[in-house]
Write a protein that binds this ligand. Structure first.
Ligand code: SAH
Length: 340
């Protein structure tokens, strides 16, 4: 029945992580409107979701009236996170990048059909003024909510991406604790829903059959190795974890994501010992240290195999857009909990 289909409004849509999460949750929902201001993100989005009404817009231009006409039941959103990150200036609500989110809080009381909200943000949001403003607005509109700090690691996915999540439901108290309790794991008892789990080691997420030219494209330049070998997070195919891939991956070396020892037959310890003896970076060559490819990062983030980038999206942009996106399995699980 067409009328009973859940209608999703996807805000700050990026490359559509929320949309994929809704697909994966298999809840018979439809994204009726999707908005982002970034044109390269929107190109990727439209490349994958040709049927979706996706618009390049500033969210500040959305009125309650316009939203009401779309009759959405669910809002899924990842507002920009720079105002709250530890490297940012922590300007919080004063930051101009918060203005679209503040605008949404003004609009919220006038939305007639929205009864479910799922939002994703960076760790740090939970102690911000913005969080207080958001939860206050939700409560005054009759929403109950539950907050989480979750990483895909808790789903046996070998990748860290600790993030803040809030799910909210109108007129139904479904919180798992008191209002101030932030959950750091998926609730085990309260939901008999199936939560997907990952593949434990990195290997299944890696591309098979790398052609030599392909490999050459991703190898770490000798210069980078020389300069940054101390701070690189080198992973083996058999490892059960990797660091969060951020939008600056491959561009900055420190804390932006792990690199891989492509040739697992070589001894990492041996080659590094040789290198430390004489400082000759050539000793590391047999390890074939390389960056994870965008496809591999997408795999770790739970994007389906049919997700792809338009050919003209540069490598740098692919990493940037993925770094801004989210773990599809984590969000999909939260969505199921929200709808339970
Ligand atoms: N969840 C998304 C990524 C969100 S990152 C994904 O899966 O890819 C935050 C996004 O908010 C960015 O894509 C940025 O372009 C967008 N954005 C920031 N301010 C905006 C505004 N005022 N209006 C619309 N989009 C905005």
């Amino acid at each position: 029945m067409e009328e009973t289909k859940l209608r999703i409004l996807e805000l700050y849509s990026g490359i559509g992580g929320m949309h994929y999460a809704a697909e994966l949750a298999n809840i018979g929902a439809e994204v009726v409107f999707s908005v982002d201001i970034n044109t390269s993100a929107n190109e990727v989005y439209r490349h994958n979701f040709k049927q979706t009404n996706q618009q390049s817009r500033n969210i500040e231009s959305l009125s309650a009236n316009e939203i009401n006409k779309l009759k959405p039941n669910v809002i899924m959103m990842s507002p920009p996170c720079q105002p709250f990150t530890r490297v940012g200036l922590k300007l919080d609500v004063e930051d101009s990048r918060c203005s679209s989110f503040l605008h949404l809080l003004d609009v919220l009381p006038h939305l007639e059909t929205v009864s479910l909200v799922l939002m994703e943000n960076v760790v740090g949001f939970e102690t911000s003024e913005m969080r207080n403003a958001f939860t206050k607005a939700l409560k005054s509109c009759g929403f109950y909510f539950q907050e989480f700090l979750l990483s895909p690691v808790s789903l046996q996915i070998p990748n860290s991406r600790n993030r803040y999540y809030l799910i909210a439901k109108k007129f139904t108290n479904f919180a798992f604790g008191t209002e101030t309790d932030i959950m750091t794991a998926f609730p085990s008892n309260s939901c008999d829903i199936t939560i997907p789990v990952g593949q434990k080691t990195l290997e299944p997420y890696l591309e098979k059959n790398f052609a030599d030219e392909e490999l050459a494209r991703y190898l770490l330049p000798a210069k980078t190795l020389m300069k940054y070998w101390r701070i690189l997070d080198v992973r083996q195919r058999s490892d059960i974890s990797s660091c969060c891939f951020t939008k600056a991956y491959t561009h900055y070396a420190e804390g932006t994501g792990s690199v891989l020892q492509h040739d697992s037959n070589e001894s990492f310890q041996e080659k590094f010992a040789d290198f430390e003896k004489d400082g000759n970076v050539a000793h590391l060559e047999p390890l074939q240290l390389r960056y994870f490819t965008p496809r591999e990062i997408a795999n770790l983030m739970g994007f389906p195999a049919h997700f792809s980038f338009p050919e003209n999206t540069s490598l740098r942009t692919r990493y940037r857009l993925l770094g801004n996106s989210l773990n599809v399995l984590v969000v999909s699980s939260l969505l199921k909990i929200l709808l339970k």
